[in-house]
Structures are given as C-alpha cells and as structure tokens.
Design a protein around this ligand. Structure first.
Ligand code: TYD
Length: 202
C-alpha cells in the first residue's frame, strides 16, 4: 500500500508520518518511509541542488529535477517494496509537483505536468493521500524562525498559488483526504488513523 502526505510547509507532515509509522508497526505492518525529493543516493544529490539557495534554476529544469529524483526513488526503492507487500509512506509525491511547479511556478501547462508525473512515477499512483490542510497565515507563523531554503524563498504570491493548487487537487482527486492540521498533533494523528482505518486494518 502506498500512502502519501501532502501540504504546504509547516503543516506537520514529518510529525504525522512518524506517528503513523509507529502505529502501523505496532499493528504488525512493515513500513518504509521516504521523503521527496530524496530517499536514494541520486535523489538526495538532486535534493541538494533543488534546495540550494545559491543556485538559480530555470523552472522547467526544476520540474525535471524533481521528476528525476522521483523516478530514481520509485524504481530503486518504492516499487520493489510494494511488490513485496510492504507499506510505503512518502513525505510528498507528485501532487507536490502539480502544486509547486504546476500551479506555483506555472512552468508548464497542467496537462503536461500530469503526463510527466505519470512518467516519473513509473505509472504508480497513491492508494491514499493525506492532505494536511493549513492556512497560509498559520504556515508562515510556524516556519518564521527557520532559515529558508531555495523553494521557501519563493515569496507570498507563489505560496498562494501552491495553496490553491492543493485545494484544486482536493476537489478533483478522490484519494485526497483533507485533514485539519490546525489541531493538536495527537488529534491530527487520530483523524488520520480513523480515515486510514477504512482502507487498512489498523
Ligand atoms: P522539505 O524540506 O522536504 O520541505 P517540507 O518539510 O515542507 O516537505 O523541502 C522540499 C521542498 O520542495 C518543499 O518546499 C516543497 C518542494 N517540492 C516541490 O516544489 N516539488 C516537488 O515535486 C516536491 C516533492 C517538493
């Protein structure tokens, strides 16, 4: 089973993924977690380029780099694990490409981004996607004290478009499950477990 987490920066994905992994392991599932971009040697090298504030990257190049990092992760790690019956949790997947490079950067028409997402994910689609939903204002408050990477230096209008992109995905993708990320971490976790319980024995 492939479970993905999406949301704007500061929505608490890492905390929720750690809590869910623990819960699933307690119930006897074998769970692997990867972050995107990342998760393999090649993908982590590409991540270094993508987040480096000293680099100026053309929007199409950026789109292709995120896609390349993804292709390697799916081929090298995710597909073999799923074939073995394991649970895989991804901290971001191609919906982030749709939201950030498609809606945010407007680097290519959305139909072409969807095509590229299919190629880069080797045809794999998530079984369920938890969209940790947070307002832009709350996101800004939560991330204010951290140093900003290249993507995070993109400015308010960019993040408004990214936010709109996730909201559009929520309307069109039935696998997208919106979870209120304003609540306390334990409450958010309980909401996730309750929704996932409809799909998996936990
Ligand atoms: P990361 O530090 O992992 O951010 P977060 O903790 O919010 O997930 O950095 C990943 C950044 O890359 C984040 O700003 C979102 C962005 N991103 C894209 O723009 N496109 C993509 O396809 C992916 C996977 C991430």
């Amino acid at each position: 089973m492939l479970i993905t987490f999406e949301g704007i920066d500061g929505s608490g994905k890492s905390t929720q993924i750690a809590l869910l992994r623990e819960k699933l392991q307690e119930k006897g599932h074998e769970v692997s977690v990867f972050r995107e971009p990342g998760g393999t040697d090649i993908s982590e090298m590409i991540r270094g380029m993508l987040l480096n504030p000293e680099l100026e990257i053309d929007p199409v190049t950026e789109l292709l780099l995120f896609s390349s990092a993804r292709s390697q992760l799916i081929a090298e790690k995710v597909k073999p694990l799923l074939a073995d019956g394991k649970v895989v949790i991804l901290d971001r997947f191609y919906d982030s490409t749709t939201a950030y490079q498609g809606y945010g950067r407007e680097s290519m028409p959305l139909a072409e981004i969807h095509q590229l997402n299919k190629v880069a994910s080797h045809g794999l689609a998530p079984d369920i996607t938890f969209y940790l939903r947070l307002s832009l204002e709350e996101s800004a408050l939560r991330t204010a004290q951290f140093e900003k990477d290249r993507m995070e230096q993109s400015g308010d209008s960019f993040f408004q478009k990214v936010y709109n992109g996730f909201e559009e995905l929520l309307k069109t993708e039935s696998r997208f499950k919106a979870i209120d990320a304003n609540k306390l971490p334990e409450e958010v976790h309980a909401d996730i477990v309750s929704v996932l319980g409809e799909h998996l024995s936990i």
